[in-house]
Every structure is written in structure tokens, then in C-alpha cells.
Design a protein around this ligand. Structure first.
Ligand code: NAD
Ligand code: IPM
Ligand code: MN
Length: 358
């Protein structure tokens, strides 16, 4: 059978602590279902490398990684030593752009056993996807500073919404909505205030929607949409959003579902010509690093999404994914859990328990 080549980059902070548990769980599932994986570890794309080399990655990073089927990624950022925009534009955001990982798929699910901060919500009430545009939008490198140091000092940054970039993320989101029982798509907009790019976004949503007559769609301005995430999370099925809006919604959603410590993501290039990247939604959490108390579930769940991706959601790959999710649920219900879930156990204990349950 085929050997899947996976690059592993743990990165900074708790990325170093959760990645071993992500690997432990993926290895357990791969062994159980007869999936052949070869991991290659890369000790760059972290701020320690920057301290030594004055850059986040070697110059040939693209060539080193381009042949892998996927990248399993921890987190990057250590703002005490490297400004965040330098470390992130020097690594993760490069991967997203240069590998054209235009889909950032972020499930939001209230899991059994997880205390919900919203009143009277049970598993099933919160179960949707944030589909985030991942290569353009508000995350642009276009702009600059003018009249620096004078009273007229001005900073400009452009947003970019190309027809191709907008339509391809919308198509992915509509396809996903169409494949789900509720067939419902929500678009995050702000076309009342952001009066050039967002009316364009709305226009493209309508044009794409016309091709999906069986997908019910609605749209909310981002401000009230955040309120509905808290007050009516059961309303959502697939939420499609620009880069920045999707970033915000994909921390808010998991917080509404109990903790950002379990939220996974898949950064996908659907052409599969370049590696897709799987990582927790959360960052390097310098505030808890070194204590081994980070929740490894987000990384383990991301690993499950990676296995599913390797097999196109079919056969033993889908079974491996489902077994990992079942093991996560079992451990969320019965323990052990980390402190973000009110538990007293550490990262390694939770990781080992999930691997054993697989
Ligand atoms: P963060 O996600 O790292 O942490 C936010 C809060 O959530 C912190 O209190 C942290 O302790 C907690 N938290 C995060 N993950 C957790 C886990 N697995 N278990 C338990 N608690 C967890 O966000 P931040 O503090 O805004 O950013 C810290 C650094 O990480 C910055 O450098 C930032 O740029 C970077 N960052 C990187 C990524 C990424 O690599 N994908 C994502 C977000 C932030
Ligand atoms: C995420 C992160 C990144 C983003 C940061 C670290 C640049 O917050 O993956 O959600 O904004 O995309
Ligand atoms: Mn984010």
C-alpha cells in the first residue's frame, strides 16, 4: 500500500508540547487501520531558528516541503523575542500563500463532556463549519507608511478580493453545505460599512448561490453575526467568511463550544498539487508554555482531519478519522482532561489516554 509522506513542524511554545501527542494519536490510528505514514521532522519555522539565522526558515523551504502530501503543524509565535508579524509572515502565512492553501476549514462542535459556557446548550446544538478564505482579503502585503515621523504620518493597508479567490472559497463552502443534511450557508459580510470589497463579496455569494438552488443561504453583517454565535449557535451549518472575519469567528465559535483548546483546522489546497497543512486553531500560548498543561485535543483532531484528507474521506482513512473522534469524545466524557476543561491532568496524560482509546 501507499506510503504517505508527512512533514512535521512543531514550532513555538505549546506547539512543542502538543505535537508529540498529535503524533502519538495519528500513529495509533494509522497502525490500527493499516495506513502507512512516514514522518519527517523539520526544526525550523520557529522563533529559536530566527534567533540563530535572522529568518524563520531556510531559503529552500519551499523545495524541502513541496513534495510532501501534508504538513502537520503546531503553532508559531514568540512575541517576547520576535514581533508576531515577522514570525508569522515568515512561516505560517508563507505556507498558506505559497502552497495556495486557500481553504481554511474549521469545525466548531460542542462535544459531549465539554462544559458549555452558553446556557442550556447540549451537543448537537453547536455543530457547524467556519470556511475561512486563507490567501487574500484583509491579510495583504499591499500598503505602507507615509510621511513617517511627521504630523501627517499615515498608514494604509489594502484588502484584496479577486474574482478567482472569492469564487473558489465560495464554491468550496457551497459544496460543503450541499453535502450536509441542513444544506444551509451563512455568509459573513460587512457591506453596510466596508462599501467596496464587501458589496463585491455579497455579489459573488449571490452569483455562486444561484448555482446551488437547494442550499438555503443567508447573510449577516459581522457585528451581529458575532452576537448570533453566542445567542443562536444552533442557527449555523456552514459559515463562509473572508480571511479576517473567518479568523475572528474561528476563535469565537470554539470558545462558545467550551474551549479553544480542542479546535482543529485544515488548510487545504484542493488541487493536491502542493501539501495541505493541518494545525490547531490556537497559537503558541506563551502564558502556559513549559507546564505541560496545554490541551492536545485540537492537535489530535487536526491529525484526524489529516488522515481523512489523505484518503479523500474514504475507506480506512475515514474509519481512522472516526476512531480518533470517538476516542476524543470518550476521553472528554470520562477524563483525563486538562485545566482548560476543569481537569487536573497534563498534556501527556490526555494524549496517552486518547491514543489508548484509539
Ligand atoms: P493563543 O491561542 O496562543 O492563546 C490564547 C489563550 O488561549 C491563552 O490564554 C492560552 O493559554 C489559551 N490556549 C491556547 N491554546 C490552548 C490549549 N491547547 N490548551 C489550553 N489553553 C490554550 O493566542 P495568543 O495568545 O493570541 O497568541 C500567542 C502567540 O501565538 C502569538 O505569537 C500569536 O501570533 C501566535 N498564534 C499562532 C497561531 C498559529 O500558529 N496558527 C495561531 C494563533 C496565535
Ligand atoms: C490563525 C492565527 C493566524 C491567523 C495568525 C497567527 C497569523 O490566528 O491561524 O487563526 O490570523 O490566521
Ligand atoms: Mn486565529
Amino acid at each position: 500500500s501507499k506510503t504517505h509522506k508527512i512533514a512535521v513542524i512543531a514550532g513555538d511554545g505549546i506547539g512543542q508540547e502538543v505535537m508529540p501527542e498529535g503524533l502519538r494519536a495519528v500513529e495509533a490510528a494509522a497502525r490500527k487501520f493499516g495506513i502507512d505514514i512516514e514522518f519527517s521532522h523539520f526544526d525550523w519555522a520557529h522563533c529559536g531558528y530566527y534567533a540563530q539565522h535572522g529568518k524563520m526558515m531556510p531559503d529552500d523551504w519551499f523545495d524541502q516541503l513541496k513534495g510532501f502530501e501534508a504538513i502537520f503543524f503546531g503553532a508559531v509565535g514568540w512575541p517576547a523575542t520576535v514581533p508576531d508579524h515577522v514570525s508569522l509572515w515568515g512561516s505560517l502565512l508563507k505556507f498558506r500563500r505559497d502552497f495556495d492553501l486557500y481553504v481554511n476549514l474549521r469545525p466548531v462542535r460542542l462535544m459531549p463532556g465539554v462544559p458549555c459556557p452558553l446556557a442550556n446548550r447540549k451537543p448537537g446544538d453547536i455543530d457547524f463549519y467556519v470556511v475561512r478564505e486563507n490567501t487574500e482579503g484583509e491579510y495583504s502585503a499591499i500598503g505602507g507608511r507615509m510621511f513617517e515621523g511627521t504630523e501627517r504620518e499615515t498608514v494604509i493597508q489594502e484588502s484584496v478580493f479577486s474574482r478567482k479567490g472569492t469564487d473558489r472559497i465560495l464554491k468550496f463552502a457551497f459544496d460543503l453545505a450541499q453535502s450536509r443534511p441542513k444544506k444551509h450557508l451563512t455568509s459573513a459580510t460587512k457591506s453596510n460599512g466596508i462599501a467596496i470589497t464587501m458589496p463585491y463579496w455579497d455579489e459573488r455569494v449571490e452569483a455562486m448561490g444561484a448555482k446551488y438552488p437547494d442550499v438555503r443561504r443567508d447573510k449577516y453583517h459581522i457585528d451581529i453575526l458575532t452576537a448570533h454565535f453566542v445567542l443562536n449557535p444552533d442557527r449555523f451549518d456552514v459559515v463562509v467568511a473572508s480571511n479576517l472575519f473567518g479568523d475572528i469567528l474561528s476563535d469565537l465559535g470554539p470558545a462558545c463550544a467550551g474551549t479553544i483548546g480542542i479546535a482543529p483546522s485544515a488548510n487545504i489546497n484542493p488541487t493536491r498539487e502542493l501539501p495541505s497543512l493541518f494545525e490547531p486553531v490556537h497559537g503558541s500560548a506563551p502564558d502556559i508554555f513549559g507546564k505541560n498543561i496545554a490541551n492536545p485535543v485540537a492537535t489530535i483532531w487536526s491529525g484526524a482531519m489529516m488522515l481523512d484528507f489523505l484518503g479523500n474521506g474514504e475507506g480506512k482513512y475515514r474509519q481512522a478519522h472516526d476512531a480518533m473522534l470517538a476516542a476524543i469524545e470518550e476521553v472528554l466524557v470520562n477524563g483525563p482532561t486538562t485545566p482548560d476543561l476543569g481537569g487536573k491532568s497534563n498534556t501527556t496524560e490526555v494524549g496517552k489516554a486518547i491514543a489508548a482509546a484509539i
